[in-house]
Design a binder for this molecule. Structure first.
Ligand SMILES: NC(=O)c1ccc[n+]([C@@H]2O[C@H](COP(=O)([O-])OP(=O)(O)OC[C@H]3O[C@@H](n4cnc5c(N)ncnc54)[C@H](O)[C@@H]3O)[C@@H](O)[C@H]2O)c1
Length: 280
């Protein structure tokens, strides 16, 4: 498969590096307005393959993305400490428009993975900008889910099946283990502050999101994963992009599992309501 990663910054480069290890990937193209950065990252990744490397990793302009099977959107501004993800909407929406206008005609059947924040809002915008709702997903609440499961494991809950749905960073928790209230409160606090804590310490977060991109990429060919998609009546909602349990087949959204929301109901629906205020 040919994968194009738009935005060769910290998240794009780390995602490209992990995707380069995937057996299904044969070509990776990195595109960035910083051409030297994209070229440097592409060479660094390609030269890491050694004698077993069978894949091409290169940089280029949008023409180089022609015929992509998957396009990963990591370009744009990142949050600075103290910023809300929604603060990035105006500028990153313009960048998303440029990317879609430049790539969709060259790769009309590509699946778009949106990573750039605010990820759920931009997933919605991607559909408004012309991509079919079955061909775009945001990677956000699965990243939150990875953080939750890592923290639960630290507290003795290995192999957790708990997940986070809704809007990235707004914590609609579906906890599937028996945990006492005090510990659960502490776990949620750690998940909710994970992004800001890492941003404060190292000014970026990229390992977790790159793993989330890699896992979502794997699911696209045929699998189930939490991803943000534009709802079409699921949970009685439409006109919102929220993290839900998705089934993918052949690089297409096949269906959404309407899992029982339980105590997550309130934050799930209030996130949807809040999102609509940014979309109106
Ligand atoms: N969804 C998530 O869970 C999650 C997690 C971490 C970061 N993010 C988001 O990912 C995005 C990237 O973060 P980062 O840390 O890699 O930032 P970064 O600043 O390191 O990289 C962004 C890159 O985008 C490039 N760029 C800007 N405009 C462009 C354009 N028009 N065309 C092509 N490239 C362009 C920049 O030159 C830069 O190299 C941010 O929006 C950040 O908030 C999302």
């Amino acid at each position: 498969m040919k994968v194009s990663v738009i935005g060769a910054g910290k998240v794009g480069a780390e995602s490209a590096f992990l995707l380069a290890q995937e057996p299904k990937v044969s070509k990776i193209v990195l595109v960035d307005i910083l051409k030297d950065l994209a070229m440097g990252e592409a060479l660094d990744i390609e030269y890491s393959m050694g004698k077993n490397g069978g894949i091409r990793v290169y940089s280029g302009d949008y023409h180089a993305t022609e015929g992509s099977d998957v396009i990963v959107v990591c370009a744009g501004l990142a949050r600075k400490p103290g910023m809300a993800r929604e603060d990035l909407l105006g500028k990153n929406e313009k960048i998303l428009k440029t990317i879609i206008d430049s790539t969709l005609k060259l790769s009309p059947s590509a699946f778009y993975l949106i990573v750039t924040n605010p990820v759920d809002l931009l997933t919605f915008k991607a559909v408004e900008l012309g991509i079919s709702r079955t061909k775009v997903a945001g990677v956000g609440t699965y990243h939150d889910t990875l953080r939750l499961q890592s923290i639960l494991k630290k507290h003795g809950f290995a192999g957790s099946k708990s997940i986070i749905l809704g809007v990235h960073g707004e914590g609609a928790y579906i906890i599937r283990e028996k945990i006492d209230d005090k510990l659960l409160k502490a776990v949620k606090e750690e998940v909710d502050t994970a992004g800001p804590t890492i941003l404060k310490l190292k000014k970026a977060t990229f390992y977790g999101i790159a793993v989330a991109v890699r896992d979502t990429f794997r699911a696209l060919s045929g699998g189930k994963i939490v991803a943000s998609v534009v709802l079409d009546g699921e949970y009685g909602l439409s006109g919102a992009a929220l993290g839900v349990v998705c089934n993918f087949k052949n690089l297409t959204l096949d269906s959404v599992d309407e899992v029982e929301l339980g105590e997550a109901k309130e934050s799930f629906f209030s996130s949807a309501k809040k999102q609509s205020t940014f979309l109106s």
